[in-house]
Design a protein around this ligand. Structure first.
Ligand SMILES: C[S@@+](CC[C@H](N)C(=O)[O-])C[C@H]1O[C@@H](n2cnc3c(N)ncnc32)[C@H](O)[C@@H]1O
Length: 372
């Protein structure tokens, strides 16, 4: 079987790589599952879509993809890769945000931010980020969302490769830790030429063109509330039911999705110093009851959505509670289906681990259900 390998020398590969996100699928893996377990024209569903690795692989390989994602960061990346705005409109929006950033009001706002921000970014970058944060309508406007994705990708990371002072790309460290680290090394925020920096990277992304996408969508919000109606509408319109339910739910006890991305979430309108950065956040899935309810809701709905030849493919944590809960709920809702459990390979040198995602090192399993 010929398996598509997303390379950065192709349009499909370049857009697939958007953007740094915790616990994302290795790119090749998403394409392999799509090719092996679905056919062109079929419907693929992911209720925990993240940055849409599964939905994008489906959509670029002639399948229809439908997903839901609750984290605004994952969703912005997801919709940008599924529906990127034309290059020219993104460029002109960049110019208008740069012009807006010269307003005195953003300079005043920048001065009032916690110390962290002025160590992390130069004043010019900070006023640019404030202008983007105030003006980009990323929820409703495709151009604004596409530009926002580019800002978020390069928001923090290595010196020279990001808008920030030296830091990690995949994960935003705490404010106090970062400031101590920069002060000790006397590392001042770099003076980035924002227009040159952003234009170079935006144009690189478009340089191989745009991928061909089969009609697909990821909605922002809670899949326990949105998934069923989204799929029902699609089935009503097209007559298609789900052929591949391909997902990776959040893992019990690992609630990093918001915390590790607090700085990108600030640019999207979140708090400038979230309380949970200092350790107060308990996290949604420290509750076993809520975790079970979430899986119960999603997999009971999934059982109603599948077509005659459907496949359920779930990648999850191999630790006891997540694994046994997932298996128990899947067996309840897919009682007569054939079950295969595969230990997921430990990823060593993919983009995922380079970006700091070590989730597969903790041990993951793939549960594959097919109709017997
Ligand atoms: C393991 S990650 C999936 C990553 C994804 N496979 C990718 O490649 O990016 C689980 C995702 O589920 C999302 N999530 C958790 N609870 C959710 C809910 N109730 N509705 C929608 N998404 C949810 C998290 O925000 C996280 O992005």
């Amino acid at each position: 079987m010929k398996v598509y390998k997303p390379s950065l020398n192709t349009s499909v590969g370049r857009w697939a790589a958007i953007g740094p996100y915790y616990a994302m699928f290795p790119l090749e893996f998403a394409f392999q599952v799509i090719e092996k377990y679905s056919k062109p024209g079929q419907l693929v569903i992911d209720p925990f879509a993240g940055r849409a690795s599964s939905i994008y692989a489906a959509a670029t390989q002639g399948r229809h993809g439908l997903g839901v994602e609750i984290n605004p960061l994952g969703w912005v990346y997801a919709q940008t890769k599924l529906k990127p705005a034309p290059l020219k409109s993104v460029e002109s929006r960049l110019y208008s945000i740069l012009r807006a950033s010269e307003s005195a009001k953003y300079k005043k706002q920048a001065d009032k931010l916690p110390e962290f921000y002025n160590w992390c970014f130069s004043k010019k970058v900070l006023t640019f980020l404030l202008a983007a944060r105030n003006n980009l309508d990323w929820k409703k406007n495709q151009t604004d969302r596409t530009l926002m994705s580019f800002i978020l990708i390069y928001l923090h990371g290595k010196l020279g490769q990001s808008l920030s002072n030296q830091t990690r790309q995949a994960k935003a460290m705490s404010q106090d830790y970062s400031v101590r680290w920069w002060k000790k090394r006397k590392l001042k925020a770099p003076d980035v030429d924002i227009k040159d920096f952003m234009l170079k990277r935006i144009r690189w992304r478009y340089a191989k063109g745009l991928p061909t996408i089969t009609s697909s969508n990821v909605r922002i919000g809670d899949s326990t509330r949105l998934l069923k109606s989204q799929v029902d509408n699609f089935t009503e319109r097209t007559g298609k039911r789900c052929s591949l339910f391909f997902t990776s739910p959040p893992y019990y006890g690992l609630t990093h999705y918001h915390k590790d991305q607090w700085l990108r979430l600030w640019v999207l309108g979140g708090e400038e110093k979230p309380a949970w950065i200092s350790g107060k956040h308990t996290g949604r899935f420290d509750s076993k009851v809520e975790y079970k309810e979430l899986l119960e809701n999603i997999f009971s709905n999934a059982a109603q959505m599948m077509d005659e030849t459907g496949v359920v493919y779930v990648r999850t944590d191999s630790r006891e509670f997540t694994k046994s809960t997932t298996l128990e709920i899947l067996r309840k809702h897919f009682p007569d289906w054939k079950e295969k459990i595969v230990v997921a390979p430990v990823v060593t040198k993919t983009q995922t681990t380079i970006l700091g995602n070590r989730s597969s090192k903790t041990g993951e399993i793939d549960i594959i259900l097919t109709k017997s």
